[in-house]
Design a protein around this ligand. Structure first.
Ligand SMILES: *[C@@H]1O[C@H](CO)[C@@H](O)[C@H](O)[C@H]1NC(C)=O
Ligand SMILES: *[C@@H]1O[C@H](CO)[C@@H](O)[C@H](O)[C@H]1NC(C)=O
Ligand SMILES: *[C@@H]1O[C@H](CO)[C@@H](O)[C@H](O)[C@H]1NC(C)=O
Ligand SMILES: [Fe+2]
Length: 451
């Protein structure tokens, strides 16, 4: 018995040594809105007792610039999903605009491979963003296509609208490790922006909060769940629908107050928001179809003192909102307070409300969602093809959206969103109505899911 225990301990230590515990892995980039900066985040399996840093420069044979982590995060979960990792968060500074930089992340034991990225610019003219929700390790159908496009230099930014890896904490965090390693050909080359989905909820979003580095929001909540940044003609706002899904009332209120101020301070022609759960759709899965479930209604209209998003989006002229969560593609006609706006003839020119797009079909172990037989009046197009959105920002009046099918490379949807210079969407004098939220039901629905 003693002997066995000794042996297994020995085997464990042996494995430990064989494992590259100081190797920098899961290297990824994120953009925080300053064109002369880029943030690099990576992980090691063990605590490194020597210096950690990124070396970078324009000449890959001579990486002369050096940045050290502003934060080394020791992250640990105990119990059945026990995990311990070290996360390094580092800002590269002094970047010239639209310049290719080479970099290696790591420490005095080991540096990563040489990766590269093209820096962004304050006044990016035309540029392209790839957007998707609900991409998992298993059945991650879109991963290869996005890798190919990212490696071809087609994207300037990626936005993953929540539900990441399925799930980061699973199998003692190894699903998260494998997922972030698998997407390195995307995320070490193109800034990878995220918001949290319900799959990130476990352990109070600890994996999501620890493994990623989104811009800070100036509020005393630093959990990567809400923030904004500018790029070219667009003001981007990432938001948490999960505060609603799990009824974190204080967080809902703080996020809302921040959002209101953030929208009021905006100077860009376009405002684009993204959050995980939709509040309009025509699916049929589980509790309630048509996105009129407790969570969707709560996010849309709030409940009493607790505000939802629809009214504020309308008042401040949000142009486009991207959602995930439902595992399909659906584009909506302009809709406000459950009322569809079919006028003018091209409803996406000077659209009266935000243009809502659900792109939650990147692929994961939960497969497809089903559509309702009854198509809601505001549903413009829907598709079950696995895929991802490519958004090309042309200028302050023209944005082009293409939803790509990942398996056949087909074009699922193709659309211009255009407006007169200076136009802001908004339905005047319209009330927002909704029903009272059954919070007990909300809790039951979210608790019983096996995320
Ligand atoms: C590397 O870069 C530095 C600073 O830019 C320069 O002074 C040095 O000559 C370069 N070394 C080589 C071998 O190119
Ligand atoms: C929204 O409108 C649809 C039909 O247009 C209706 O079936 C549904 O009950 C309405 N929902 C709410 C919350 O008013
Ligand atoms: C904006 O982009 C569209 C599409 O590329 C182009 O037709 C239009 O002329 C551009 N407008 C300005 C002001 O550059
Ligand atoms: Fe989800």
């Amino acid at each position: 018995m003693v002997c066995l225990l000794f042996l297994s301990l020995f085997a464990f230590v042996g494995l430990g040594w064989a494992k590259p515990i100081y190797d920098p892995v899961q290297v990824h980039l994120s953009y925080h809105g300053n064109s002369d900066e880029m943030v690099v985040t990576w992980i090691t399996m063990s605590k490194v007792d020597r210096d950690s840093y990124v070396v970078y420069g324009e000449d890959y044979t001579n990486l002369t610039m050096k940045a050290t982590p502003y934060h080394i995060h020791h992250f640990k979960v105990e119990g059945i999903d026990e995990i311990e990792r070290w996360v390094y968060k580092t800002t590269l500074t002094g970047l010239k605009e639209r310049t290719i930089y080479y970099y290696r992340a790591g420490n005095d034991y080991k540096l990563s491979a040489v990766y590269n990225f093209k820096s962004l610019a304050k006044d990016m003219k035309e540029y392209t963003v790839c957007i998707y929700g609900d991409l998992g390790l298993k059945n991650g159908v879109s991963t290869d296509a996005v890798i190919e496009d990212a490696q071809d230099g087609k994207f300037d930014l990626i936005i993953h609208i929540g539900d990441i890896a399925y799930s980061m904490h699973s199998d003692k965090g190894r699903i998260g490790d494998k997922f972030f390693e698998k997407i390195v050909p995307i995320s070490a080359f193109v800034p990878y922006m995220t918001v949290a989905g319900n799959h990130e909820h476990k352990y109070k979003f600890k994996h999501y909060k620890s493994r990623l580095t989104m811009p800070s929001n100036g509020v005393d909540i630093h959990d990567n769940q809400f923030y904004s940044f500018d790029l070219g003609d667009v003001h981007y706002i990432g938001l948490s629908s999960e505060y609603y899904g799990y009824n974190w009332i204080e967080h809902i209120k703080k996020q809302y107050a921040w959002l209101k101020k953030d929208l009021e301070a905006n100077t860009k022609p376009w405002i684009i928001t993204y959050l995980h759960r939709p509040y309009y759709c025509s699916n049929r899965d589980g509790h309630k179809s048509d996105c009129t479930g407790e969570d969707n209604e709560y996010i849309r209209v709030g409940d009493g003192e607790i505000p939802g998003f629809e009214k504020l989006f309308n008042e401040k002229g949000v142009d486009i909102t991207f959602w995930g969560h439902k595992h399909f593609y659906e584009r909506l006609f302009p809709v406000y307070n459950n009322q569809t706006f079919y006028q003018p003839l091209n409803v996406y020119y000077n659209a009266q409300t935000p243009v809502y797009v659900i792109t939650g079909c990147a692929g994961n172990r939960e497969n497809h969602a089903l559509f309702n037989d009854y198509i809601v009046p505001y549903s413009a197009i829907r598709s079950e093809d696995y895929g991802y959105m490519i958004m090309k920002v042309h200028n302050g009046t023209h944005i082009h959206l293409t939803q790509m099918g990942a398996e056949k490379g087909n074009i699922v949807d193709d659309l211009w969103v255009t407006k007169e210079a200076g136009y802001r969407p908004g339905v005047k004098n319209a009330p927002v109505t909704g029903r009272k939220i059954d919070k007990e039901l909300l809790r039951q629905i979210n608790d019983k899911q096996d995320w």
